[in-house]
Design a protein around this ligand. Structure first.
Ligand SMILES: NC(=O)c1ccc[n+]([C@@H]2O[C@H](COP(=O)([O-])OP(=O)(O)OC[C@H]3O[C@@H](n4cnc5c(N)ncnc54)[C@H](OP(=O)(O)O)[C@@H]3O)[C@@H](O)[C@H]2O)c1
Length: 260
């Protein structure tokens, strides 16, 4: 069985997915920056009779990703499936408009996916077989309030993968976009966001989408349908409905300029 490389495997959705795949007998390579967490998960999978290899790397660093992929292919075998899941981002505020937040969010969510694809795609093309999976978000369908960087980055992931799907047609490499809505990362979390789903449920849906080589998987269904509906709303109505609904900046404690 060919190897699946999961990025962002040290926590959240990536960790739950990698555990599922590994426990189901797929050889998995685990990539993220926190080496100890990856090692722990690799040991757990191996103890259950699976095959796993921890490859600590930073997806924004092309050389580090390339080196990790070489380590995986030497240690476990050719990578047949890439799950480019590492991502995330900070909110953005118009009163504190910081280009560094944009650059970091794009570098992680878009650059990270691109670096991983660049490292695995030549091998897949040479073998005439492979599967590229990337985690976008329902936040990429339309711009969300206080999420200018994140929405832009996830929209880019969507278009990047759609374009690649066209270019890879007939070359044996399938392309899947996972576009989740809110996922609760802690199993013990008492806080339930409306229409959110748990991380294990999300991982099970992604596993299914990979097995079926779906073009796109969006969940939870309630939010996915709401977002689909919102994509048909005229812009003035959409903007009016969402105005003022974003995250609020944390209040900084302002020091009295006189030092009092
Ligand atoms: N949770 C949600 O509600 C939700 C909704 C829609 C989409 N998503 C997407 O789902 C994906 C997984 O997020 P999550 O919710 O599971 O959050 P998470 O627990 O914060 O997971 C993010 C993962 O990405 C890794 N990562 C971050 N920066 C990295 C870097 N530079 N290089 C390598 N790995 C890096 C982190 O590991 P290290 O810190 O160890 O590097 C971690 O394993 C993301 O793409 C996120 O945008 C999440």
């Amino acid at each position: 069985m060919s190897v699946t490389l999961v990025t962002g495997a040290s926590s959240g959705i990536g960790q739950a997915l990698a555990r599922r795949l590994g426990c189901a007998g797929r050889p998995v390579a685990l990539l993220a920056r926190r080496a100890a967490r990856l090692q722990e998960l690799a040991q757990e999978i191996e103890a259950g009779g699976g095959h796993a290899l921890a490859v600590p790397a930073d997806v924004t660093d092309r050389a580090s990703v390339q080196a990790a992929v070489e380590t995986v292919e030497e240690g476990l075998g050719p990578i047949g499936c890439l799950v480019a899941n590492a991502g995330g981002g900070e909110p953005t505020f118009v009163d504190d408009f910081d280009p560094a937040v944009f650059q970091a969010t794009i570098a992680l969510n878009v650059g990270g996916v691109v670096n991983c694809i660049a490292a695995v795609l030549p091998g897949m093309l040479a073998r005439g077989n492979g599967h590229l999976v990337a985690t976008g978000s329902l936040a990429g369908v339309r711009g969300l309030p206080s999420a200018a960087a994140y929405s832009a980055a996830k929209a880019a992931v969507d278009k990047l993968m759609e374009s690649l799907r066209i270019d890879l047609r007939g070359r044996g490499v399938d392309v899947t976009v996972i576009a989740p809505g809110p996922v609760r990362l802690k199993a013990s979390s008492k806080k339930t966001r409306l229409f959110s789903i748990g991380v294990e449920d999300a991982a099970a849906r992604i596993e299914r989408a990979i097995a079926r080589r779906q073009r796109r998987s969006t969940f939870p269904l309630g939010i996915a349908w709401a977002v689909r509906g919102a994509s048909w709303l005229p812009a003035p109505l959409y903007e009016a409905l969402l105005a003022g609904r974003g995250r609020k900046p944390k209040r900084s404690v302002r020091r009295d300029p006189r030092g009092a």
